[in-house]
Design a protein around this ligand. Structure first.
Ligand code: DGJ
Length: 397
């Protein structure tokens, strides 16, 4: 490998200046790009909040992401964001990266493209958030679910979108979007709530009477015919092969957990409400020692807030709140981020990575990824800030 020594010297001097003056934390943790050959860097650890490049030396663009493990490879799917406020809408689609070691990610391109057809639900300019891919062992299809808002309708459509592919990295074919479980009551819904005549506009918002009505299914009833609202979401495949979507519903006031049908491309009709009136977003879930754990955020738009956690012995509940899993400085703001996914590390016992987004709504392409190890303490997940860490962390505890 031949190097241009003059160019190298100048870049190295500038880099040394930045590192020693402490101007850039990013330069201090990630090798500096010098010549073309050297721009490909090999990572051996995670650096939460720092610029994270793919194996081509380009910044990873996969926000609100989720990860699929398939045949020895991890596939990271996330929102491809562009610069400026327009980046809060989908201009490109869902980006996919592949990795064997979780540190170094190869660009696999756009797995699902937004459509040029103005009549498509996923037309360019829609809002397409938090894509998650699961693999169906029976159909051998990869199924991508995401939160979809129709172009020009703000966040009012609150729909679930689904796409499929024969290969993990795609391309994915968009099937349809929908509101889940139209005409079906949740499993944990009281009979008397089904027939209540209380309507959202007959009560003043945020009063105790309104809160009680929310808990007793005010918005489930309102959306019964059209289907339940579907916003921040995650997907989960249980050990018995049944798959579930967990999503913010009922005006983001209540989470719902809905079982998917056998081919994972629609709903089975079984669903429950979790933490009614609890105002949770960013749901992420994992299973440890037969118990289900959930981590969520509160609802403050793109601004960070305190995370919450919960536990259940059955995915359909009862769910019990466990409080904020984050500890230490900035734990009240989830280290300036919002949960998106919890990744079980393949081949390691009790090893889970908390994945969250440090959003940048003014320049969404510059949102950062916060990946931190989850430690279990007395059957409660605990997350601490780490400037850098690696997978050995799970074995040395
Ligand atoms: C917070 C959600 O968690 C994000 O996914 C996104 O929908 C923003 N709200 C939009 O304001």
């Amino acid at each position: 490998m031949k190097m241009n020594h003059r160019k190298y010297l100048i870049v190295a001097l500038i880099a040394t200046f930045f590192v020693y003056t402490g101007i850039s934390g990013v330069l201090a943790t990630v090798p500096v790009q010098t010549t073309k050959e050297q721009s490909v860097q090999v990572y051996h650890s995670f650096h939460p909040g720092s610029i994270w490049n793919d194996t081509n030396g380009k910044v990873i663009n996969a926000h609100g992401g989720g990860i699929l493990y398939y045949k020895g490879t991890y596939y990271w799917f996330g929102e491809h964001k562009v610069a400026g406020p327009i980046g809060n809408t989908a201009q490109v689609g869902v980006h996919c990266y592949a990795s064997k070691d979780l540190y170094n990610w190869k660009d696999e391109g756009i797995a699902l493209h937004v459509s040029d057809d103005p009549h498509s639900d996923i037309t360019k300019g829609c809002v397409l958030e938090r894509p998650k891919v699961i693999y169906n062992k029976k159909t051998h299809k990869f199924v991508m679910w995401f939160h979809l808002e129709l172009k020009g309708e703000g966040y009012s459509a609150a729909r679930a979108g689904v796409a499929v592919s024969d290969r993990p990295e795609g391309p994915y074919t968009f099937l349809r979007s929908m509101r889940p479980n139209a005409g079906i009551w949740p499993l944990n819904f009281k009979k008397s709530w089904e027939t209540s005549t209380l309507q959202p506009d007959s009560l003043k918002g945020w009063t105790p009477a309104w809160m009680k009505a929310v808990e007793e299914g005010l918005f489930v009833r309102r959306d019964f015919k059209a289907g339940q609202m579907f916003r921040d979401m995650t997907a989960f495949v249980d050990t018995d092969g049944k798959a579930y979507l967990i999503y913010s519903s009922e005006e983001n006031l209540t989470l719902q957990i809905a079982q998917l049908n056998d081919n994972y491309t629609g709903f089975s009709g079984k669903y429950v409400r979790v933490f009614p009136g609890g105002h949770n977003e960013g749901p992420a879930i994992f299973k440890d020692n037969g118990k289900y754990y959930m981590i969520t955020s509160g609802c403050t738009g793109w601004a960070p807030n305190s995370a919450r956690s919960g536990v259940a012995t059955s995915i359909f509940g009862q769910w019990k709140a466990l409080g904020n899993p984050c500890v230490g400085n900035d734990s009240d703001l989830t280290f300036h981020s919002q949960s998106t996914y919890i990744l079980p590390v393949h081949g390691m016992k009790n090893a889970f990575i908390f994945m969250s987004d440090r959003w940048n709504p003014r320049n969404p392409i510059d949102g950062r990824y916060i990946w931190l190890p989850i430690k279990m303490s007395k059957e409660k997940p605990i997350i601490k800030w780490r400037k850098s860490w690696n997978l050995n962390d799970f074995t040395n505890r």
